[in-house]
Design a binder for this molecule. Structure first.
Ligand code: DAH
Length: 345
C-alpha cells in the first residue's frame, strides 16, 4: 500500500477545497452570501490559509509544489467569485426584484363598443351620400317628441307605459324623430342629416328589450324629393353596409309623422334569405321604419308643405350590431362586461 505523503494529502485537500468552493459559489443566492464565501475560502483566516499552515511540515523541495497548487486553486476560486459577483451586479443594475427572463404581461387594450362601431360605419356611408351627422337632446318636451310629429293627442305611444316622464311636459325622448322638427326649425332647406343617439322607453330589460338603446334618425328635405329617391338612397346604403348581394324590401306601414310609411327589411345576413332562427324563418330582417315626411310635420316646423318634400327614416344600430356580430341577447350590449366588449376593436 503506497504511503501517502504530506504533499499528496495537502494537494488532495486543496482540490477538495476547490470543488467545494466552486459548488458553493454556484449556489450562492446573492452578492452578500458570495462575499461571505470569499472570506470563508480565501480570507486571511480562511480555509485555504488553514491548509497552508502545514507547509512547514514539508521539505524545501516539496513546498513549491504545494504552493503552486495553492496559487492555482486560489486564482480559480477567485475568478469564479468575481464572475458570479459581476452577474449579481448586472441584475441589480436592472432594478430591484426584476426578473428579465419573465415573459412580458400583455398590455390592456380597450375596444370600441359594437353599437358605436355600427353607428360610425352607418354615418360614414351617409356622409358619402351627402348627409351631415348631428346630435340632439335626450331630455325632450312632449311637444317635440310627439305633437310636432303629428301624434294625435292621447296617442297610445304617449301613454305612461312607454314614456319616462320627468314632468307633465318634459320626458326622456322615446325616439330620435324629434330631431326632425329641431333641424327644420333651425335650418332652411335643403337638409340632409343623420342623428345617432340614445332613446328611452319603459320596456322591461330582457333578451330583446332595453330601457335605453340607440337609434339613428335620417332626414332629407328638398324640392322634388320622391319616394324613388328614398328607395335609391336606402338600397345604396344597404349594399354598402350589408354587402353587394344584400336585397332590400319595402313594406307598407304606419307612422304618424310619415305618409306613406314603410318598414325596410334586408335579406337575412346569416342564412342569405333561405330562413333561419335569427330571421324566424322569413329570410328577412327589419332594419328601419321610414316614409315621406308628413305635410303636418313640415307645417309644424315652418317648412312650406306645398313646396318641399322629403323622406325620413329611423333605425336601430343595436339590433343591427346583434345581427352582424351574432349577439343573441341585447343585455350583452349594455351590461359593460369587458370580457364581451373587449372582443370588438
Ligand atoms: N321613430 C320611429 C320609432 O322609434 C322610427 C321611425 C319610423 C323614424 C319612421 C322615422 C320614420 O324617421 O320615418 O319607432
Amino acid at each position: 500500500m503506497p504511503t501517502t505523503t504530506v504533499t499528496d494529502e495537502l494537494i488532495a485537500q486543496l482540490r477538495a477545497l476547490e470543488a467545494q468552493g466552486a459548488e458553493a459559489v454556484g449556489a450562492a443566492g446573492g452578492a452578500e452570501p458570495l462575499e461571505a464565501l470569499r472570506t470563508e475560502y480565501l480570507g486571511r483566516k480562511g480555509r485555504l490559509t488553514g491548509i497552508l499552515r502545514r507547509l512547514g511540515e514539508l521539505s524545501a523541495e516539496e513546498r513549491p509544489v504545494v504552493g503552486a497548487e495553492a496559487n492555482r486553486v486560489k486564482e480559480a476560486l477567485s475568478a469564479l467569485l468575481d464572475e458570479r459577483a459581476a452577474s449579481f451586479a448586472a441584475a441589480a443594475d436592472a432594478g430591484p426584484g426584476i426578473d428579465l427572463s419573465l415573459p412580458g404581461r400583455g398590455r390592456w387594450k380597450g375596444g370600441v363598443h359594437p353599437v358605436t362601431l355600427v353607428i360610425d360605419e352607418i354615418c360614414e356611408i351617409f356622409r358619402d351620400l351627402g348627409f351631415n351627422r348631428i346630435a340632439g337632446p335626450e331630455l325632450e318636451t312632449q311637444e317635440y317628441n310627439f305633437s310636432k310629429l303629428n301624434f294625435p293627442p292621447n296617442h297610445p305611444a304617449t301613454d305612461m307605459h312607454d314614456t319616462f316622464y320627468v314632468t307633465d311636459e318634459v320626458l326622456l325622448r322615446t325616439h330620435t324623430s324629434p330631431m326632425q322638427a329641431r333641424v327644420m326649425e333651425q335650418f332652411a332647406p335643403p337638409v340632409r342629416v343623420v342623428v345617432p343617439g340614445t332613446v328611452y322607453r319603459r320596456d322591461p330589460f330582457d333578451a330583446s328589450h332595453a330601457p335605453a338603446f340607440e337609434q339613428i334618425e335620417g332626414l332629407a328635405v328638398d324640392e322634388g324629393i320622391t319616394f324613388a329617391d328614398f328607395k335609391a338612397t336606402i338600397s345604396t346604403f344597404v349594399r354598402r353596409f350589408f354587402g353587394a348581394d344584400a336585397k332590400t324590401r319595402f313594406r307598407p306601414s304606419f307612422f304618424p309623422f310619415t305618409e306613406p310609411s314603410a318598414e325596410v327589411d334586408v335579406s337575412c345576413q346569416l342564412c342569405g334569405g333561405s330562413g333561419c332562427s335569427a330571421c324566424k324563418g322569413t329570410g328577412w330582417m327589419e332594419i328601419m321604419g321610414a316614409g315621406m315626411v308628413h305635410p303636418n310635420v313640415f307645417a309644424a316646423a315652418g317648412y312650406d308643405p306645398e313646396r318641399y318634400t322629403g323622406y325620413a327614416f329611423g333605425m336601430g344600430p343595436g339590433r343591427i350590431a346583434m345581427q352582424r356580430y351574432g349577439v343573441p341577447d341585447i343585455r350583452l350590449l349594455y351590461e359593460s362586461d369587458v370580457r364581451f366588449l373587449g372582443q370588438f376593436t
